[in-house]
Design a binder for this molecule. Structure first.
Ligand SMILES: Cc1ncc(COP(=O)(O)O)c(C=O)c1O
Length: 391
């Protein structure tokens, strides 16, 4: 069956992804099954999406119940799950207001628009945003313009005006980049796509201080780091600072397409009726799923579990590093972990897959491990054993 599906995929689906020759048909917790019945332990989670694993019965139940009562109405009206989800996000973060959309790129679009709108009103029309080299913020025109990786922009010139770039984790470089037209700094707490790069502990405090002194906004893209991934509900909590705007997507819906832009009241008020919109943003079916995600996080202490398992996993990787010269670095927080190799990563990813483990490689030689946060120690042990053999 899989060869026919793959043949048709090549015929009918736009060629934007280089895919592995496997067709997944089923999942449960941290395991996926392909159409041939082979099983795989998932250390990718749909790229940091399925933090609660696959086919979670409580999310499935919430979806079924919501689908039977109300799938969608326009944002011209109020709905219960959207309001409850917004209130949960506000209660559990620095923010006062939430704008819902459908993806990470859209959440960042909203953040860029809000920063510009706020600056137009409160900062004499400043409009520039300083983003980071090596960052990733999405594939729409504004978000690829904000992304600090040239390969993502090839063929799409001219990109949107108004983005400057500074090296990540370099306070002096940012200070120099902030000019008279700068209204905000946009940064990921940990650069995921950029190679699981963590800044120094004091970096964000210094960055917050600069933004406050100059009177510009600090925007955190927590699309990959949010929802417990790093061992805190949101990664900014590690650094003792709060942003003015934060974007979420990925794990917020555990697989349902949802994005959110959260902001402090003073900033959020720059958006009024008609400033921004999304037909599907915060629609009942998706927000009902996200609400059940939030409930599971609280009932099952998911963030604490991630912290513990993340520490265990990192220790195992560091131990492996002592044994293997090919491993140059082990880094990351919680269950967003990276292992830099002195060799190409892609062949290792393929071999792991043949042996029943899904892992992922970024920037050519950095293996990234982003399993569901419910991953078990024995599943981690099994992957470590496999990597030990392969390397
Ligand atoms: C930090 C970050 N921002 C934005 C995005 C874009 O999200 P989406 O693919 O949902 O548009 C991603 C996706 O990988 C991401 O990791």
């Amino acid at each position: 069956m899989s060869s026919k599906i793959i043949e048709n995929a090549e015929l009918f689906i736009a060629n934007t992804y280089k895919r592995f020759p496997v067709v997944f048909t089923k999942g449960s917790e941290c395991t996926l099954w392909d159409s041939e019945g082979n099983s795989y332990i998932d250390f990718v989670s749909g790229i940091a999406v399925c933090n609660l694993g696959h086919a979670h019965p409580k999310i499935a139940k919430a979806l079924c119940e919501q689908a039977k009562s109300l799938l969608h109405v326009s944002n011209l009206y109020y709905t219960v799950p959207q309001v409850e989800l917004a209130s949960w996000l506000v209660k559990n973060s620095f923010a006062d207001k939430v704008f819902f959309c459908n993806s990470g790129a859209e959440a960042n679009e909203a953040a860029i628009k809000l920063a510009r709108k706020y600056a137009k009103e409160k900062m004499d029309g400043k409009f520039k945003i300083v983003a980071m080299d090596n960052s990733f913020h999405g594939r729409t025109m504004a978000t690829l313009s904000a992304t600090g990786q040239e390969k993502i922009k090839i063929g799409f010139d001219p990109v949107l005006e108004g983005f400057d770039f500074a090296p990540f984790n370099d306070i002096e470089a940012i200070r120099k980049k902030i000019g008279p037209a700068t209204c905000a700094v946009l940064v990921e707490p940990i650069q995921g796509e950029g190679g699981v790069k963590c800044p120094d502990e004091k970096y964000f405090k210094a960055l917050r201080k600069i933004c406050d002194k100059i009177g510009i906004l600090l925007i955190f893209d927590e699309i990959q780091t949010g929802m417990g991934r790093t061992g805190k509900l949101f990664a900014y909590e590690h650094y003792g600072v709060e942003p003015d705007i934060m974007t979420l997507a990925k794990a917020l819906g555990n697989g349902l397409p949802i994005g959110a832009m959260l902001a402090k009241e003073s900033v959020a008020q720059a958006f009024g009726h008609g400033s921004h919109a999304s037909t599907f943003g915060g629609t009942p079916i998706v927000t009902a799923a996200s609400l059940s995600v939030a409930e599971i996080f609280e009932k099952d202490n998911i963030v604490e579990a991630c912290r513990e398992t993340g520490e265990y996993f990192k220790e195992k990787l560091l131990h492996l590093k002592q044994k293997k010269e090919t491993i140059i670095d082990v880094r990351g927080k919680g269950l967003l972990l990276g292992m830099k190799l002195g060799i190409e990563g892609e062949p290792i990813v393929k071999e792991c897959m043949e042996k029943g483990f899904l892992i992922n490689c970024v920037q050519g030689n950095i293996l990234r491990f982003i399993p569901p946060l419910i991953i078990k120690m024995d599943e981690i042990d099994a992957l470590i054993k496999c990597l030990d053999k392969i390397l």
